[in-house]
Design a protein around this ligand. Structure first.
Ligand code: AMP
Length: 106
């Protein structure tokens, strides 16, 4: 059985038009549709990993890559400080089951 594609996979595959802030071979970055801060970015791996619970050792490079992008993105958005959040599992407040890092700053 094929799993339903997440909204983020549809954005990655350009099936849903979205302003992409940044893109490379491993991830995309978009503006959150319901921003909770002046800058609210979502850093999303192209690999459709549902949540941190499903993360595998081979995903270390991709996750490290996204961590290294955070300060660069913050600086290009004029932030001298920021918060990050990874909601995990329904009880952890996760709504979209495709791993993403929230970057928030004012
Ligand atoms: P989470 O609760 O961590 O799963 O967060 C999912 C986030 O995705 C929420 O902050 C939503 O506002 C955001 N979101 C959902 N759909 C879209 C979309 N089409 N474009 C941008 N952000 C979205």
């Amino acid at each position: 059985m094929t799993e339903e594609k997440s909204i983020f996979s549809k954005i990655i595959d350009k099936e849903i038009p979205t302003d992409i802030v940044y893109e490379d071979e491993k991830c995309i970055v978009i503006n959150d549709i319901h921003p909770k801060a002046r800058v609210h970015l979502l850093i999303i791996p192209k690999k459709p990993i549902p949540s941190l619970f499903e993360l595998m050792p081979e995903d270390k490079d991709c996750m490290g890559h996204m961590m290294l992008l955070l300060p660069q993105l913050a600086q290009t958005h004029g932030l001298d400080g920021f918060k990050t959040q990874i909601n995990t599992g329904e009880s952890g407040g996760q709504e979209v089951f495709h791993i993403h890092i929230h970057l928030l700053g004012n």
